[in-house]
Design a protein around this ligand. Structure first.
Ligand code: NAD
Length: 275
């Protein structure tokens, strides 16, 4: 598994399993067991997914050592203060059956994010989190965060797929040495990106699926990907992307199909952020 180095020196596996919308304990446990067997070591959850407990159980049942796992969770919008953030973090630790997190993120730039960050810095300084980061932060949010932050975020997890490539934000994050992590890397199964003719042609040329080409494209942009699936065959397929390389021409062909089309959740929509 390829790894990227974060700006605090910690390493992160570049591909992991996302578990958003996995609402069934058995599905989740089966998916995690399958993923571990296929070589996944990085798992992405959040308090709001209501499945941290099942992920904790699934990981506890495996014989992979804790230090070989990379676990991410996120503090939800309803926790707006320093104290609420600390309490939410400890709740997540308990559910995940661990005594530290590899990565903890502010889920959305909602009310009180500078205070939440102060709490996360304190947890980081206490050694309870290896790396701290943000999610769904755009340039103005990062600028506001940095007015009070003493530690720079390591990661920004943002919606990214071939129809919403985030070219500008990608370059901005790069200039700050903040790693770009893609959520919805496959378009969440909502957009028709998996049927795109340009991607289909490239997939045929490499005898790979469109999903694999999309994941490979993210990896070659130095982006972290956390595709979600609970299906054995797709979980295996999504990690089988380290044995081929897209050419520069193919990378530019994919760059040209961007529609700048957000799938869900606008971090500039105040009403949405209250939800
Ligand atoms: P995704 O782009 O990973 O799409 C998942 C869907 O794609 C699946 O439900 C399935 O329908 C399809 N799929 C998966 N593998 C496939 C394959 N090989 N072939 C064909 N179809 C396939 O979307 P996502 O789950 O929303 O995003 C991934 C992860 O990102 C989430 O599970 C979660 O961990 C994280 N996430 C974070 C935020 C955030 O606000 N930070 C928001 C959404 C998701």
């Amino acid at each position: 598994m390829e790894e990227l180095k974060l700006n605090n020196g910690q390493m992160i596996p570049q591909l992991g399993l996302g578990v958003f919308k996995v609402q069934d304990a058995d599905d989740l446990k089966r998916a995690v067991a399958e993923a571990l067997k296929d070589g996944y070591r990085h798992f992405d959850t959040a308090t709001i997914y209501h499945n941290e407990e099942w992920l904790g159980e699934a990981l506890a049942q495996s014989d992979v050592k804790r230090e070989d796992l990379f676990i991410t969770s996120k503090v939800w919008n309803s926790n707006t203060t320093y104290d609420e953030t600390i309490a939410a973090f400890h709740e997540s630790l308990k559910k995940l059956q661990t005594d530290y997190l590899d990565l903890y993120l502010i889920h959305w730039p909602s009310e009180g994010y500078n205070e939440k960050w102060r709490a996360m810095e304190s947890l980081y300084n206490d050694g309870l989190i290896k790396s701290i980061g943000v999610s769904n932060f755009e340039k103005p949010h990062l600028e506001k965060l940095m007015t009070t932050a003493t530690i720079k975020p390591t990661v920004d997890q943002i919606e990214t797929h071939p129809y919403f490539q985030q070219k500008e934000l990608h370059e901005y994050l790069k200039s700050l040495d903040i790693v770009h992590e893609a959520w919805g890397p496959l378009g969440q199964g909502k957009s028709n990106v998996l049927e795109d003719p340009v991607l289909t042609k490239i997939a045929e040329a490499h005898s790979k699926t469109v999903a694999q080409v999309i994941l490979r494209w993210h990896l070659q942009r130095d982006i972290i990907v956390i595709p979600k699936s609970v299906h054995e065959e797709r979980i295996a397929q999504n990690i089988d992307v380290f044995d081929f390389t897209l050419t520069e021409e193919e990378m530019s062909m994919i760059a040209s199909i961007d529609k700048n089309q957000r799938g869900s959740g606008d971090p500039n929509d105040e009403e949405f952020l209250k939800g």
